[in-house]
Design a protein. Structure first.
Length: 254
């Protein structure tokens, strides 16, 4: 993993400040720093460019929402931040790591230790119980089963499902499944939470409960969170709301 260049060597960040894509109260080094990001896919109809000169800075502790029309690349942006996809050009630093330069093995370690990811669909393994699903990332990093399950049970309590530890995913409601997914994302104590439409498959009341839980855990555990959502109401309750449009991010209002 490589360290970001020094302030003297880094590209200028003035455009970020001018467009409001950086918090007014900021530290010397943001935990997420994206500069001149480009992402192009080569299709049968020719190149498809999602981002061109996209800039973003997120300070430690921020809760940032990203909104925009379908197909603009919101999920792709999260994938790049979480080392699930690679940029075509530009600099992408998360927690002092240049994610664009990670090998597949390094990227896997980065995702296991630095980033927690919540998807629109829970992706729980149906043959395992809730507590076993939550423990999976810990087992993957080599933690002993007893310790992993103990920590997983603690996180089940954090999301209000202590009494569902031995239930399999098919025995849980949609909201409960997403709560387990959230606990699985946070059991490794990541620095950054990335959430891609975490309430998109839920009814209104359940979506409200899950979003409120994300807000509470974000504050209680000192997370830095970036959430993609179609809900302007939820986005407006975040610290900042950014709109992805025509390949760039801009400040948005609820």
């Amino acid at each position: 993993m490589t360290e970001p260049p020094s302030a003297a060597a880094a590209p200028a960040t003035r455009p970020l400040r001018e467009t409001g894509l950086r918090s007014e109260t900021h530290s010397a080094e943001p935990i997420v720093r994206v500069q001149k990001l480009e992402k192009t896919y080569h299709t049968a109809r020719g190149p498809l460019t999602l981002f061109r000169d996209l800039d973003l800075e997120v300070e430690a502790g921020e809760l940032v929402a990203i909104v925009g029309q379908s197909g603009t690349g919101k999920s792709t942006l999260l994938h790049i931040l979480g080392a699930l996809d690679a940029p075509s050009a530009g600099a992408v630093y998360c927690a002092s790591t240049n994610v664009a330069e990670l090998s597949p093995r390094q990227a896997a370690a980065f995702r296991n230790r630095v980033v927690g990811y919540v998807w629109q669909f829970h992706y729980l393994l149906p043959e395992f119980t809730a507590v076993e699903n939550i423990a999976m990332p810990l087992l993957a990093r080599g933690m002993g089963r007893t310790s992993a399950l103990e920590r997983a049970r603690t996180w089940l309590g954090e999301v209000g499902l202590a009494d569902r530890a031995e239930h399999r995913s098919g025995e849980l409601s949609g909201g409960e499944q997403q709560r387990v997914s959230l606990a699985r994302a946070l059991v490794t104590e990541p620095k950054i939470l990335l959430a891609d439409e975490p309430t998109g498959d839920l009814d209104g009341k359940t979506a409200e409960a899950v979003f409120g839980l994300i807000q509470r855990l974000h504050a209680a555990h000192g997370l830095t969170s970036v959430i993609v959502t179609h809900s302007l109401e939820f986005a407006g309750r975040c610290g900042r709301m950014l709109r992805l449009r025509e390949g760039r991010l801009e400040e948005a209002e609820g």
